[in-house]
Design a protein around this ligand. Structure first.
Ligand code: NDP
Length: 329
């Protein structure tokens, strides 16, 4: 396993990591969850990603039980949570979601309990909260760091200007500022990582833990010509995600990518993940998997890296036709 620095922080993070959205506490049973975490840990993955909203807290409970049972040395892995959506979903009362000092602090206490750990290595603001002054959130995060309840904090899907503001507030008051952002990044969604955040990477050393590297499975090619059952996009309640990613113009690109992968003798999943890993502004690619075989296949994406020559990257670029224009860089 390769380890990368999380931005300009001193933290070493495995270049592949493992997350639990829609799987732990929901799509898969706890036995499979344990097998997945064990395979991940044994392969050298040191970062497990979670959030208060995943299965409304159940995902953290399942992960917490596994961490307690496994008894891995606490210093050998990183675990995260994310605050914003709460655990109550649509039933949340005022203050049970958002980034007020109250919810940031209470959210952290809840996550620590569910995960059965004394501190979180990474704590994310899962979305920006337009109702709360950024200053209040930065102070709350700083206080959690001072209390030893979190070690590093960051944002997820914030605009570059919002991250800049959080950094500026932290600098102004000599507080611990955000060191990491968690954006979606894959061959189909590129703007934030390849355009919006370039200034933050270059001048502020922002790290990234990227999500949905396979666009929820679309970039494995399995939806190209079929609607396979027992998959995320066919799950009840996931119609919104299905309609967002299963579109003919997207599938057409994926079919083109699949023929490149076939030509190289690798699976499209491996090619898609290796493509993400090639970007030096990616600190870690968070893998998701509902089956152990998927995780094993994905962990082997390193074998695809040397095959992604300049020529192949250009062929991929021509199929995608979506390279963001980064004017000033
Ligand atoms: P992916 O885009 O990689 O999708 C993972 C899903 O794709 C799997 O659960 C599986 O679904 C399918 N899949 C994975 N590998 C294969 C394979 N080799 N062959 C066939 N199907 C495969 O990642 P996620 O969307 O899960 O995102 C990764 C993590 O990022 C999450 O777990 C979470 O921790 C984080 N995240 C963060 C967000 C944020 O807002 N900050 C938002 C979303 C995710 P199936 O078997 O059901 O088809």
């Amino acid at each position: 396993m390769e380890y990368r620095r999380l931005g300009s922080s001193g933290l070493q993070i495995s270049a592949l990591s493992f997350g639990t959205w829609l799987t732990f506490g929901k799509q898969i049973d706890d036995k499979t969850a344990e097998e997945l975490m064990t395979v991940a840990y044994d392969a050298g993955i040191n970062f497990f990603d979670n959030a208060e909203i995943y299965a409304r807290g159940q995902s953290e409970i399942v992960m917490g039980k596994i961490l307690a049972k496994k008894g891995w040395d606490r210093s050998s892995y990183l675990v995260s949570s994310k605050v914003f959506f709460g655990t109550e979903g649509k039933d949340a009362k005022p203050n049970q979601r958002g980034l007020s000092r109250k919810h940031v602090i209470e959210g952290c206490h809840g996550a620590l309990k569910r995960l059965q750990v004394d501190y979180l290595d990474l704590y994310y603001c899962h979305r920006a909260d337009k109702q709360t002054p950024i200053e209040e959130t930065v102070w709350a995060m700083h206080q959690l760091v001072m209390q030893g309840k979190i070690l590093y904090w960051g944002t997820s899907e914030w605009e570059a200007t919002e991250i800049m503001e959080a950094i500026a507030v932290a600098k102004q008051h000599h507080l611990i500022g955000p060191v990491v952002e968690q954006p979606q990044y894959n061959m189909l969604t590129r703007e934030k990582l390849e355009r919006d955040y370039l200034h933050l990477f270059r001048y502020h050393g922002l790290g990234t833990t990227i999500w949905s590297p396979l666009a929820s499975g679309v970039l494995t090619g399995k939806y190209n010509d079929a609607k396979p059952g027992d998959t995320r996009l066919m799950m009840e309640g996931m119609e919104w995600l299905h309609d967002r990613v299963i579109q003919e113009q997207i599938l057409e690109k994926v079919r083109g990518l699949k023929s490149i992968a076939d030509g190289l003798g690798i699976t499209l999943a491996r090619l898609s993940l290796a493509w993400c890993l090639k970007n030096p502004n990616v600190s870690t690619v968070i893998l998701g998997a509902s089956k152990v075989a998927q995780l094993k296949e994905n962990l082997d994406c390193y074998s695809a890296l040397p095959l992604l020559t300049d020529e192949i990257m250009l062929t991929i670029e021509n199929i995608l036709g979506n390279k963001p224009k980064a004017d000033s860089f």
